[in-house]
Design a protein around this ligand. Structure first.
Ligand code: BG6
Ligand code: MG
Length: 223
C-alpha cells in the first residue's frame, strides 16, 4: 500500500478556530448553575465529545446523573447551546487560528484534498462565519454519523467522501477523543495542544502556528 499523503482531515473546534474555549465557557456556566463546578483539566475530557455525552460526563462528575429525566437533560443541553451560539455570533475570518489559513493554501497548492470532521451541530455555522466552507472538499458533521469521537466513524466517513484510503490521510485534532478516532481510522494523527493529553498522537505541536507540513510528510514516509 502506498504511503503517500493525499488528504488532510481537520477537526474544527480548537484546531481551525478557538471555539473550544467557547464550549468550555458555556459548559462551565451550566455546571455552576447545577452546582457542579469543574476545572480546565476536567474540560479536556469534554473536548471532541458530543453535546449530550458532554452533559452526561458533567452530571456524573457532580454525582447528579440520576437527577434529571431525558427531557430535562435535553433542556439543559439546549440551554448550553443557546449560550454557545451567542458566544460564536461575532466570529469572523479574523478568528481563524494562526497558521491555519497558510496551511490550507499550501495543502491546496500541493493538490491535497481537505476534509473536516467535527461532531458539532454548529460546524456549518462556524465554517460559514469563518468563510472557509468552500475551501473544503468535504465536511462531515454530527448529522452525518451515528457515533461520535472517539469512534473512528467520522474520520472514516470523511476519507470515504474524499475517495482517499485512510492510510493516505492525516487527521489534525486538539482532543484526546479525536486522536483516538484518527488512530482507530488507521490515519496518521497530528495533535495540537498539551503533549500529555495528546500522547497517542504521532506528531504533537503546542499550537496551530507550529504545524509543519514537511514534518508531517516526513513522518508519513517513515510510517
Ligand atoms: C466538538 C467539541 O467539536 O463538538 C465539543 O470539541 C462539543 O466540545 C461538540 O461538545 C458538540 O458541539 P455542539 O455544537 O453540537 O454542541
Ligand atoms: Mg476539537
Amino acid at each position: 500500500m502506498s504511503q503517500m499523503l493525499k488528504a488532510v482531515i481537520f477537526d474544527l473546534d480548537g484546531v481551525i478556530t478557538d471555539t473550544a474555549e467557547y464550549h468550555y465557557l458555556a459548559w462551565k456556566a451550566l455546571g455552576e448553575e447545577l452546582d457542579i463546578p469543574f476545572t480546565r483539566e476536567f474540560n479536556e475530557e469534554l473536548k471532541g465529545i458530543s453535546r449530550m455525552d458532554s452533559l452526561e460526563k458533567i452530571l456524573v462528575l457532580g454525582g447528579r446523573e440520576n437527577d434529571f429525566t431525558l427531557e430535562e437533560k435535553k433542556i439543559l443541553a439546549d440551554q448550553k447551546n443557546v449560550h454557545y451560539c451567542r458566544l460564536i455570533e461575532d466570529i469572523t475570518p479574523a478568528d481563524i487560528l494562526p497558521g491555519i489559513k497558510e496551511l490550507i493554501t499550501k495543502l491546496k497548492a500541493d493538490g491535497l484534498k481537505l476534509g473536516l470532521a467535527s461532531v458539532s451541530k454548529n460546524a456549518f455555522t462556524v465554517m460559514n462565519r469563518l468563510e472557509l466552507t468552500s475551501q473544503f472538499d468535504t465536511i462531515v458533521d454530527a448529522a452525518k454519523v451515528l457515533k461520535g469521537k472517539p469512534d473512528p466513524e467520522i474520520f472514516l466517513t470523511a476519507a470515504k467522501q474524499l475517495n482517499v484510503d485512510p492510510s493516505n490521510c492525516v487527521g489534525i485534532e486538539d482532543a484526546a477523543a479525536g486522536v483516538d478516532s484518527i488512530k482507530g481510522a488507521g490515519m496518521l494523527a497530528v495533535g495540537v495542544g498539551n503533549s500529555e493529553t495528546l500522547a497517542k498522537a504521532d506528531l504533537i505541536y503546542p499550537n496551530t502556528e507550529s504545524i509543519s507540513l514537511s514534518e508531517i510528510r516526513n513522518s508519513f514516509e517513515n510510517k
